[in-house]
Design a protein around this ligand. Structure first.
Ligand code: NI
Ligand code: MN
Length: 225
């Protein structure tokens, strides 16, 4: 499965030939200046929560591509007001089968206001079960609820925040990976802002010492999973 990183918590995973883009935040991200946002092809856009650093380019990309946006009920209503109509609302605990596989919305422990201050509902993570199962936690603290995630569907890889300050840092991300029995982690939500700058070498070593593989693809890089 192809995984392309677009910086911060934005990435695209190809599942059964469909391109799934998560938390588009590219044009405001100076580190992602090399990414041509208007050349990104996408079939689905997932929004984990309402914060600017996860929704910034959603409308722009959805309008150009006609991608179906998957998000919670409150963000669905907000995106309708921004002129989008190709949106599928879900909420925590809910599952739905699409043409690439099944999506389950899971708990994330965070907050979720929208850029204009509107209420953004509850933040969510996603488990995607199409080819290899994967879990994107969204912005979250470590939570015992993560124990529920692999039941019935082992997780081949997970995408977890490692930048600390607003979300899990390396210690809690390692504990999360162990909790969901997942050996391969792609780290996101780091180095974009001064509050979340990390020593990537130290974090890599910490994962390695704990028996896990941490992948940190460069911005614009595609890796095979
Ligand atoms: Ni956030
Ligand atoms: Mn964030």
């Amino acid at each position: 499965m192809k995984f392309t990183y677009y910086g911060h918590s934005c990435f695209c995973v190809e599942v059964k030939g469909k391109k799934l883009l998560f938390d588009p935040f590219i044009s405001p991200n100076e580190l992602a200046a090399s990414v041509d946002i208007d050349a990104i092809e996408v079939d689905y856009i997932f929004i984990s929560h309402g914060h600017e650093d996860h929704v910034a380019d959603c409308v722009r990309i959805a309008k150009r591509t006609g991608a179906l946006v998957i998000c919670n009920w409150e963000i669905y209503q907000w995106l309708m007001k921004q002129g989008l109509d190709n949106i599928h609302p879900m909420n925590t605990g809910g599952g739905k089968t699409f043409d690439f596989g099944k999506v389950k919305c899971v708990t994330a422990q965070h907050s979720s206001s929208l850029p204009d201050g509107s209420y953004g509902g509850n933040p969510m993570g996603f488990v995607v079960m199409g080819q290899k199962n994967f879990y994107y936690s969204g912005d979250t603290a470590l939570t015992l609820d993560m124990q529920l995630i692999p039941q019935g569907s082992p997780i081949a890889f997970s995408i977890l925040p490692i930048g600390d300050n607003f979300t899990m840092g390396m210690e809690d991300a390692v504990r999360a990976a162990h909790m969901i029995s997942c050996h391969t982690v792609i780290g996101v939500h780091y180095n974009t802002f001064s509050h979340i700058v990390i020593d990537t070498e130290k974090v890599q070593q910490y994962f390695e010492r704990n028996g896990l593989e941490l992948k940190l693809p460069g911005i614009g890089e595609t890796i095979e999973l």
